[in-house]
Design a protein around this ligand. Structure first.
Ligand code: NAD
Ligand code: DAU
Length: 351
C-alpha cells in the first residue's frame, strides 16, 4: 500500500488514477477537500476497493499517526498543498498553515511511524515530497535552466511556503535519517486542472465567450509538462531515487504565456470554431500584472534523465492538444467546478 496526500487535487488525482491503472498496489488517499479538492476527479475509481479515501488534514498528527499504524504503507507521497500563487498573494495564511505547519506535522507522524518499523519494512520505506521549480526564484532570459544546485530564492508567499517545506523535509533526512526524496517540477497541465490556473482558465473562458486575461505583457516564460509525465517521473524517483536527494522534473518546453494562449486559441479555432468565424484570440485581454510576478522558470532535467532514465512521453504540441480535447469532451466536469456544484456534493457526503 502507498499513502498519497492531496490525491483529490489536480496532480494527485492524476497520480492515483495512473497508479491504479498500472498496479494492483492499493492507495490510501488523505485529502482535506479544500476548494481545490474534487472527488469528481476520482469518480472512475469510486467503487474500486484498491482506493481508500479519507477526508482530513495532513496537519492532523493524530489522524495521520492512526492511518499509518492501521494501513502500514511502504511509502508516503505528499502532494497536499495550497498551490495557487494568486491566492497566496491575497491570503498567505492558509499557505503557511498547510504547506509549512501541515508538512511539519506530517513529517512528525511519518518519523514516529518509520522509527517503529523493522527490517525490510524500515529500509524500504520512503517519503516522497512533491515540490515546485518556483522555489528557485526567477531566471533572466539568458540564464541556464534551474538545476538541483541552484540556490533557493522564492519570491511569492506560495513559493516561500513550499521552500520552507522542502527545507523541513531535507532537515528530517539530515537530522533523523528519515528516508526522503524530493521532486521539483515545472508547470503542469492536463485533465482535471482547476480553472483558476492559466491553461484551464483560458480554455474555459474562450468557450464561454469571456476575456482571456493576460497578466502584464504576456512575455513571462513557464516550462510546461503534461501532468502524466510528472506522474511517471514521481514513480521513477520513488522506485530508484537516491535517499535525501532532489530531482528536477521538466520537459524542456519553455513558452511565453502569450504563445501558450495563442496556441490554445488556434486549437479551439480548429476543433470548436466560434459561430461568427472570428478567432478565439480576439478575446485576449491584457490586464494588470501579478505583484512580484516571476519572469521566467525553466528546468534542467538532466539528472532525472541520466540517473533514472526518465523521459517525458508528450511534447507541448501533443500534450496541449490532448488537454484541449479533454476539456471539450468533459463539459460536465467543468460545469460542476465552475458552478460550485461539486462542493455541495462534498458537503452532503461528508457532513
Ligand atoms: P491542487 O491545488 O490542485 O491540489 C491540492 C490538493 O491538496 C487538493 O485536493 C486539496 O484539497 C488538498 N489539500 C490542501 N490542503 C490540504 C491539507 N491541509 N491536508 C490535506 N489535503 C490538503 O494542487 P496541484 O496543482 O495538484 O499540486 C499538487 C502538488 O504539486 C503541490 O504540492 C504543488 O506545490 C506541487 N506542484 C504543482 C505544480 C503545478 O503546476 N500544478 C507544479 C509543480 C509542483
Ligand atoms: O512552476 C510550477 C508552479 O506552476 C506550481 O508550483 C504552482 O502550483 C502552479 O500554480 C503554477 O504556478 P504559476 O503561477 O506559474 O501558474 P498559473 O497558471 O497561475 O500562471 C501561469 C502563468 O500565466 C504565470 O506567468 C501567470 C500567468 N497568468 C495566469 C493567470 C491565472 C496570466 O497571464 N493570466 C491569468 O489569468
Amino acid at each position: 500500500m502507498i499513502f498519497v496526500t492531496g490525491g483529490a487535487g489536480f496532480i494527485g488525482s492524476n497520480f492515483v488514477l495512473d497508479w491504479l491503472a498500472q498496479s494492483d498496489e492499493p492507495v490510501l488517499n488523505l485529502d482535506k477537500l479544500t476548494y481545490a479538492g474534487n472527488l469528481d476527479n476520482l469518480s472512475s475509481i469510486k467503487d474500486d476497493p484498491r482506493h481508500i479515501f479519507v477526508q482530513g488534514d495532513i496537519g492532523d498528527f493524530e489522524l495521520v499517526r492512526r492511518l499509518l499504524a492501521e494501513h502500514q504503507p511502504r511509502a508516503v507521497l505528499n502532494f497536499a498543498a495550497e498551490s495557487h500563487v494568486d491566492r497566496s498573494i491575497h491570503g498567505p495564511e492558509d499557505f503557511i498553515q498547510t504547506n509549512v505547519v501541515g508538512t511539519f506535522h506530517l513529517l512528525e507522524a511519518v518519523r514516529a511511524y518509520w522509527v517503529g518499523l523493522e527490517g525490510d519494512a524500515k529500509s524500504d520505506f520512503r517519503l516522497l515530497h512533491v515540490s515546485t521549480d518556483e522555489v528557485y526564484g526567477s531566471l533572466e532570459k539568458t540564464d541556464p535552466p534551474f538545476n538541483e544546485n541552484n540556490r533557493y530564492e522564492p519570491n511569492s508567499p506560495y513559493s516561500a511556503s513550499k521552500a520552507a517545506s522542502d527545507h523541513l523535509v531535507r532537515a528530517y533526512h539530515h537530522t533523523y535519517g528519515l528516508p526522503v526524496l524530493t521532486t521539483n517540477c515545472s508547470n503542469n497541465y492536463g485533465p482535471y486542472h482547476f480553472p483558476e490556473k492559466l491553461i484551464p482558465l483560458v480554455i474555459h473562458n474562450a468557450l464561454q465567450g469571456k476575456p482571456l486575461p493576460i497578466y502584464g505583457d504576456g512575455q513571462q516564460i513557464r516550462d510546461w509538462l503534461y501532468v502524466k509525465d510528472h506522474c511517471t517521473a514521481i514513480r521513477r524517483v520513488l522506485a530508484a531515487g537516491q535517499l535525501g536527494e532532489t530531482y528536477n522534473v521538466g520537459g524542456w518546453n519553455e513558452k511565453p504565456n502569450i504563445e501558450v494562449v495563442n496556441t490554445i486559441c488556434t486549437i479551439l479555432d480548429e476543433l470548436k470554431p466560434r459561430a461568427d468565424g472570428v478567432s478565439f484570440n480576439a478575446q485576449i485581454t491584457y490586464v494588470k500584472d501579478r505583484p512580484g510576478h516571476d519572469r521566467r522558470y525553466a528546468i534542467d532535467a538532466t539528472r532525472l534523465e541520466k540517473e533514472l532514465d526518465w523521459k517525458p512521453a508528450e511534447t507541448f504540441e501533443s500534450g496541449i492538444r490532448k488537454t484541449v480535447q479533454w476539456y471539450l469532451d468533459n463539459p460536465a466536469w467543468v460545469e460542476n467546478i465552475t458552478s460550485g456544484q461539486y462542493r455541495q456534493w462534498v458537503e452532503k457526503q461528508y457532513q
